[in-house]
Design a protein around this ligand. Structure first.
Ligand code: SF4
Length: 367
């Protein structure tokens, strides 16, 4: 998708190092990427690849798979080879799975060296293997699994505790000269999360993976993620995002893309500008907006369509739309770039808008 690195109204983007997650650059001047995580057992190669295909179709650019067992590690070569987007292996404790993921051709590994060090200190060997393979590592600090030492020091997973943990984890790799790192510091509370990322952004130049962890079911998780990511991205902080929802991962991708579109960090596809309706509305705006959205789903060019409930304010309110309708007296005034081009009966509004949208697509060279 066409993307802008930053819109002028947002703060200048924080300067970060760039890492390559397979073919997808993260950090530096790379557009903010959207990622998600599969929910299938990774050892079930077909189901996992199927879900990765669905995520890719929804616009996901990087996918993470959990690797809690040897069977999962054994599945990685096939998954990494066949997935259409870069695959990140998510590993908690076992260094042998990290080596397996690198050998399997995974594009990156999420692992916290602090965990590795506690059980079997292979951090230096991991740094060497990752470096030789050109595989970056994501250090992912989560409020729920914060190091006991820091929990004792701060009493609870504060923003300071998350940042101290992340920078300490980084230092374990830096000791071995490894800096191909991106970081997340996730918390379920957007306010603490925002504070943590702000602090982290000041204290290092690693690219940052934004996430509100355990954000909740779809509605609440969407609000929390949009609020937190919106605040940070508007400040120029954040290089890749993952929305966490207790919902199918395709929903996470849709929300992630919509957040970037809303901030102007990614060119919008179809945008429906519909009025909230008020006492002047002469048509069922909600249904009409839904029908227009459904009729133009997957439209091949960026398009802003206005659906307005009345002819009093409608055309004026929607002047910046490519195309729109303002309803009144059982009819719809169809307008293009603010000019009324025809008036049709209410029953023909949706089909007329779709026809006009097709005409616009043809004008822009898309059949
Ligand atoms: Fe009300 Fe008309 Fe504005 Fe819709 S377009 S909110 S119906 S005044």
């Amino acid at each position: 998708p066409a993307v802008r690195a930053q819109t002028p109204a947002l703060a200048t983007r924080r300067k970060s190092r760039q890492v390559m997650v397979g073919s997808v650059p993260v950090g530096g001047d790379a557009p903010v990427s959207v990622q998600s995580m599969t929910t299938t057992p990774t050892a079930d190669v077909n189901a996992t690849l199927q879900q990765i295909a669905e995520l890719t179709a929804a616009g996901c650019q990087i996918v993470r798979v959990a690797v809690p067992s040897q069977d999962d590690a054994d599945a990685l070569p096939k998954i990494a080879a066949k997935a259409p987007i870069p695959v990140i292996a998510d590993i908690h404790f076992q260094p042998k799975y990290v080596f397996a993921a690198i050998d399997a051709g995974c594009a990156a590994v999420r692992v916290n060296p602090g965990n590795i060090k506690k059980f079997d200190d292979k951090v230096g060997e991991i740094a060497k293997a990752a470096s030789e393979a050109g595989v970056p590592i994501r250090i992912g600090v989560n409020a729920g699994s914060l190091d006991k030492r820091l929990l004792a020091k701060y009493g609870r997973p504060t923003a300071e505790a998350l940042v101290e943990s992340a920078l300490w984890e980084c230092s374990l790799f830096e000791e071995h000269g490894f800096r191909d790192i991106k970081i997340s510091v996730k918390h379920h509370d957007p306010v603490v999360m925002i504070q943590a990322y702000r602090m982290l952004a000041e204290r290092c130049d690693y690219p940052l993976h934004l996430g509100v962890t355990e954000a909740g079911p779809a509605f609440q998780g969407t609000i929390k993620s949009a609020t937190a990511f919106g605040a940070l991205l508007a400040e120029g902080i954040g290089d890749t995002i993952r929305v966490s929802l207790s919902a199918p991962p395709v929903e996470e991708v849709k929300v992630g893309i919509a957040i970037l579109e809303a901030l102007g960090l990614r060119e919008r596809g179809l945008e429906i500008v519909s009025c909230p309706a008020c006492g002047r509305a002469q048509v069922d705006v909600y249904t009409l907006a839904q029908e227009v959205e459904a009729g133009l789903k997957g439209f091949p060019v960026p398009l802003r369509v206005a659906v307005m409930g009345c002819v009093v304010n409608g055309p004026g309110e929607a002047r910046e739309a490519d195309l729109g309708v303002a309803s009144g007296n059982g009819k719809g005034q169809i307008f293009v770039k603010g000019e009324v081009i025809k008036t049709v009966p209410e029953s023909q509004i949706v089909e007329t808008l779709i026809e006009e949208a097709m005409r616009i697509a043809e004008e822009r060279g898309v059949k």
